[in-house]
Design a protein around this ligand. Sequence first.
Ligand SMILES: CNc1nc2c(CC[C@H]3O[C@@H](OC)[C@H](O)[C@@H]3OC)c3nc(N)[nH]c(=O)c3cc2[nH]1
Ligand SMILES: [Zn+2]
Length: 373
Amino acid sequence: MTARFQFQLAATDGRARTGVISTPRGEIRTPAFMPVGTAATVKAMMPESVRATGADILLGNTYHLMLRPTAERIAALGGLHRFMNWERPILTDSGGFQVMSLSGLRKLTEEGVRFSSHVDGSKHMLTPERSMEIQRLLGSDIVMCFDECPALPATEAEVAKSMQLSMRWAQRSRDAFGDRPGHALFGIMQGGVTRDLREESAAKLREIGFDGYAVGGLAVGEGQEAMFGVLDYAPGLLPEDKPRYLMGVGKPDDIVGAVERGIDMMDCVLPSRSGRTGQAWTRRGAVNLKNARHKDDPRPLDEACTCPACRNYSRAYLHHVVKADEIIGSMLLTWHNLHYYQDLMQGLRDAIAGQRLAGFVADFHAMRAAGDI
Ligand SMILES: CNc1nc2c(CC[C@H]3O[C@@H](OC)[C@H](O)[C@@H]3OC)c3nc(N)[nH]c(=O)c3cc2[nH]1
Ligand SMILES: [Zn+2]
């Protein structure tokens, strides 16, 4: 058990890396996929089930938890790990992204963002200092800087102005975070799809110095080609010996492409959110269980998958409970999707360690082109 936060690289294959992040609450195998537990729960999953899928770490959100039940209440009850019965590492986002995407009546100034709650309309203010305080109250192991993720479409001048504000907020986040052994603070690179802005942001973050670095401002509608265009150079601008976290990504093929380009950590609501809408992600591609073609199909969703949904149920049953909007439909498909994502991460980690990532990626794409899912 380490009292510190440290990243140990084990192997590389091209620009891809595999390693382990050690934290006081346990190890995180990289490349890692982090399930999203926004409001202190990974929806439709018990924590022990999340662990059974292979997850080493999950995510919480400052924005949601500050509004309900409040960070002060969670702190008084022993912190977020105790509150949600997840004793392994937790990463929390800083709130800026959700304020801009969820709240109403927002006012952005140098100080921070004033907004009204999407829950009850109450007035709130988020600043770098308040975000650090909230994440400290929650007890999260990996804290994200308070930043601003500009909404698209945005001119280069607007992206530059927003990035420079985020860099001033990164300094204030660092100053407010203080010295907390065993806890990590990650900086967030901004700069849109403009290389010299990305370079300016990376240089500023490295000057301030962080325990890990996120590539922010992507997966906001720019499309996979533009995202990969940034990832062709952005990870390389960040310190090689620190974890690199791509926020909000993504579909399985986004994840494979990001790992090939040097990303170590990712998060996305897709596997859990789509599981609640009857969509399954498999080695052969996406399967919509609402489709009538599954009505009489006795086969499992994926005969090679060892998750409870694939071991014990037919497609016909999954189709039935999804159409009937039965709660078990969300449970089984969320479990399967998270299990598939973790299987994919394990495959990537093994392939990089075995110096055979190119072959793994070729098989990954070939399986999806084969059809008949
Ligand atoms: C989806 N695309 C996307 N998400 C993004 C998020 C939220 C992830 C957060 O959002 C929650 O999921 C709803 C997850 O809990 C995650 O927490 C870390 C971002 N957060 C910050 N602070 N800065 C960014 O530049 C940023 C970019 C994103 N692009
Ligand atoms: Zn399965």
